[in-house]
Write a protein that binds this ligand. Structure first.
Ligand SMILES: NC(=O)NCCC[C@H](N)C(=O)O
Length: 403
């Protein structure tokens, strides 16, 4: 099976999603900040919204893969099961006694139930402790609200924990403690699931921080990588070296983004909607700059040029006259509101066809005026984790782009 992505806008064939589940029900006003949610989502409604998102994709011929299904199938492979349980048990928070009890608990779960625990976590009160097999000091001193295994509510945003560049997968290295364990799951899926047998890797967890929301495939051979709160300059440099060595790209634009919640990834301020058009947050568009990193000849270090205005540097790297810009919102206040609500974060299904949150009325109207069809989806609950359609999707197959 060929998995291949060389642009942001080639016709979408296959996408990886995660339908939110019980892990969202772990969010409380006490933990939502550290778990990177801005509100407490209504789980049932979030699932309905997500099902409608998946249905909209399927209606346009897109194959939807669910992460939880792939994970359960992966856990049927003995090596994958051992690897993932060892990683959870490895946590220094547990201590030996509690580690032994958690190991007992996990050993009895079938692959689907184990997948559920790896995603939704395990609460103190869910671990049955008998007097003959005590949980030790750690379990005794735990608050009943504490997690023995932390939940992964941000798994919803499948964009960030893996990415595809041509026929290679990159499993990323997530910056925030609440998200680090996500890439152990995507790593196991891509290494052990039969569907991905033989896939070569272009990035591994444990390398310098890099998140998929910061990586845009502007054109075949040209990547933009945001550096800020999540992806570090060292992560961008590492990705550059790896893609150059594998011949997957010739140019990388490294784009500093403000280290703020609203702009945590490059795809919160800029997404592509056509082969030569971006939807961009006007409050940063003119200030955004890029360093151009060009692959060196055999064995030589890459060359770094710039900084230059992002739009100019991008057009030059893409070998086009200019990159057309469609503004998020209309006036600065609407733009700020709609950028916050992920108005910028569209998922292209093909050139000039994208999915966007329906609530971003002005931005969607701007797109339509520019000749871009928008498939609107509800996101009142999904958006509480601060991510839109692009964040919630990891394209695995797109038609190669021909210009
Ligand atoms: N690509 C993206 O912008 N993803 C959104 C991630 C939201 C998540 N709550 C986070 O803070 O990481």
């Amino acid at each position: 099976m060929t998995h291949y992505v060389d642009s942001e806008v080639g016709r979408l064939g296959t996408v990886l999603l995660h339908r939110p589940g019980p892990e969202l029900a772990r969010l409380t006003p006490r933990n939502n900040d550290s778990l990177l949610f801005d509100a407490i989502p209504w789980v049932g409604r979030a699932q309905e919204e997500h099902d409608a998102f998946a249905a909209a994709l399927r209606e346009r011929g897109v194959e939807v893969l669910y992460l939880a299904t792939l994970l359960a199938e992966t856990l049927a492979v003995a090596d994958a099961r051992a690897e993932l349980t060892d990683q959870v048990l490895d946590s220094p928070r547990l201590g030996d006694s509690l580690r032994a009890r958690v190991a007992d608990h996990l050993a009895y779960l079938d692959p689907a139930a184990l997948a559920d625990v790896l995603i939704a976590g395990l609460a103190h009160e869910e671990l049955r402790i008998s007097p003959e097999r005590p949980g030790g000091l750690v379990y005794t001193l735990m608050d009943r609200h504490d997690f023995v295994i932390e939940p992964l509510p941000n798994l919803l945003f499948t964009r960030d924990s893996s990415l595809w560049i041509r026929d290679r997968v990159g499993v990323t290295s997530l910056a925030m403690p609440a998200r680090r364990r996500e890439s152990t799951l995507t790593n196991a899926i891509y290494r052990h699931h039969p569907r991905f047998a033989g896939t070569e890797f272009v990035y591994r967890p444990g390398l310098e921080h890099l998140e998929g929301g910061d990586v845009l495939l502007l054109a075949p051979g040209v990547l933009a990588v945001g550096v800020g709160e999540r992806t570090t300059p060292a992560g961008a440099e590492r990705l550059g070296r790896q893609v150059f060595a594998a011949g997957l790209a010739h140019t990388i634009l490294v784009v500093p983004v403000a280290q703020e919640r609203a702009t945590m990834h490059l795809d919160t301020v800029c997404t592509m909607v056509d082969v030569d058009a971006v939807l961009m947050y006007p409050n940063v568009a003119d200030a955004l700059s890029a360093y151009t990193v060009i692959a060196g000849a055999d064995g030589e270090d890459p060359r770094v040029d710039g900084p230059a205005p992002f739009l100019r540097a991008a057009a030059d790297a893409m070998d086009i006259d200019q990159l057309r810009v469609i503004d998020t919102g209309l006036d600065p206040v609407t733009a700020e509101r709609e950028q916050w609500d992920d108005g910028n974060n569209t998922l292209a299904l093909a050139p000039r066809l994208c999915v966007g949150y329906e609530r971003n009325v002005e931005t969607n109207a701007q797109l339509e005026r520019a000749g871009i069809e928008v498939i609107p989806i509800a996101g009142s609950e999904l958006g509480s984790g601060r991510g839109g359609p692009r964040c919630m999707s990891c394209p695995i197959v797109r038609d190669p782009l021909r210009r």
